[in-house]
Design a protein around this ligand. Structure first.
Ligand SMILES: Nc1ncnc2c1ncn2[C@@H]1O[C@H](COP(=O)(O)OP(=O)(O)O)[C@@H](O)[C@H]1O
Ligand SMILES: [Mg+2]
Length: 409
């Protein structure tokens, strides 16, 4: 961890800097005189609530590299909003977060927080707090001391910082662990302490870089839901970075799907899922079938069914139409009385509780050369009670798209 990262995690000066320098200054005020000013600052920052964020045409090129890690990156966040940046490894998520925090210089564009231009403003003046994937706590301090630390640096008096730290520990469900050394705590508990410490200074913006990635699945889900609950309670503007779509869908007000240093689409989870703007977005979030169709840009015909098309859809006699598994139905040939639909063979039936997912292969000759000669596999998802009784692997069925808007590409 670099000194700047520590600064942000603590989130003022680093421990050593502060301890070794009794005249250390905070925003131009000497540490010994800082108490009153810091209290005022905290109060103002609390009153101000979450900050809005604008990142405008931000370009980041790492030294010695020609790759634009951020390539005219744009992001606009409302006060109190929780935005998740989602994307595969290397797409620029951490770079976006680190540039916002001031941990990275940028080569173009500007960054505004609460309407103020903070481009070039150093880390410790941006009033942000960050939680990293790896725990960045001081191992030789108790949970309480860790949470109180950022307040101490800001000159908050002993009793006051104890009170605030206890409040924060209670918020993350660790009130009874206040006196424990953090090195004795589980990974999940340590991340709770890191979250409490970040929130204790009432940051204008909370930044979370894959904070759950090092935790096991069950703790990850618990803490994820808790982060969202706390974020809603405190109203802190938050940017949460993850490569896990399920995590993103569970916590976000809006999700920005990133690809090659840009956001391809940003929207509420439901919108993103139902109205993807690109194939990348459609395939990154949820399951989707690529079905052969003909498109005039407004409408497509897939397996004889007419579907409305989403904006940005391709036009042509041979396009791929992206259809979600739940937007397909399945019937036995004997019960199928329309000429819409395609014959298929059942490969695997997955029981998912109230839902059933059925993997099929289209058996009609027309689609044998589709997908470069590969079989055309189609996955259908149904409520369990709509599955034809007794359906088994190898059975023949008819698969029909529902008339729900889809993307052609
Ligand atoms: N310190 C660095 N020096 C050079 N290149 C870097 C550095 N950090 C990241 N990169 C490159 O920038 C791009 C974006 O990286 P990053 O923001 O870490 O992606 P993500 O967090 O989405 O996995 C990648 O191509 C990565 O290799
Ligand atoms: Mg990263």
């Amino acid at each position: 961890m670099t000194v700047d990262e520590k600064t942000l995690a603590t989130p003022a000066q680093t421990e050593d800097e502060f301890k070794n320098d009794p005249t250390a200054t905070l925003q131009g005020v000497k540490a010994k005189d800082v108490t009153k000013a810091a209290k005022k600052l905290l109060k103002e920052s609390a009153e101000r609530g979450g900050g809005s964020i604008q990142m405008q045409d931000v370009v980041k090129i790492y030294p010695g590299s020609t790759v634009h890690a951020l390539d005219d990156f744009n992001l606009d966040i409302k006060p109190g909003e929780m935005v998740v940046l989602l994307g595969g490894s290397g797409c620029g998520k951490s770079t976006a977060l680190r540039s916002l925090a001031g941990l990275e210089d940028i080569q173009g564009g500007r960054i505004m927080v609460g309407g103020q231009d903070v481009t070039g403003v150093p880390v410790n003046k941006r009033e942000m707090a960050m939680v990293f994937q790896a725990y960045s706590l001081f191992p030789h301090m108790t949970a309480l001391e860790n949470v109180a630390f950022g307040l101490e640096v800001r000159g908050v008096g002993k009793e006051e910082r104890r009170r605030i730290a206890m409040e924060q520990l209670e918020l993350v469900g660790l009130k009874d662990q206040a006196k424990k050394y953090t090195q004795q705590m589980s990974g999940g508990q340590q991340q709770r302490v890191a979250l409490a410490r970040a929130l204790a200074i009432k940051p204008r913006v909370l930044l979370l870089d894959e904070p759950l990635s090092a935790l096991d699945a069950k703790v990850r889900v618990q803490l994820r839901d808790e982060i969202r609950r706390i974020q809603l309670n405190t109203g802190t503007t938050t940017v949460f970075v993850t490569h896990d779509q399920e995590e993103a869908l569970a916590v976000a007000d809006r999700i920005g799907v990133m690809n090659h240093g840009r956001i391809e689409q940003i929207a509420a989870p439901q919108d993103l899922y139902q109205r993807p703007a690109t194939e990348y977005v459609a395939t990154f979030i949820g399951l989707t079938n690529r079905l052969p169709g003909a498109s005039n840009g407004e409408e497509a015909v897939v397996f004889g069914q007419r579907l409305p098309l989403l904006p940005n859809s391709a036009t042509g006699d041979s396009v791929a139409v992206l259809v979600r598994p739940e937007n397909l139905t399945l019937a036995l040939p004997s019960q199928h009385d329309s000429n819409i639909g395609e014959h298929a063979r059942v490969e695997v039936i997955h029981f998912l509780g109230s839902l059933v997912r059925v993997d099929t292969v289209i058996t009609s000759g027309e689609f044998q050369r589709w997908n470069k000669g590969e079989q055309l596999k189609v996955t259908v998802q149904l409520p369990a009670n709509e599955l034809p009784a007794g359906l088994a692997t190898g059975d023949e069925v008819v698969v029909t798209p529902r008339a729900v808007a889809a993307l052609a590409c």
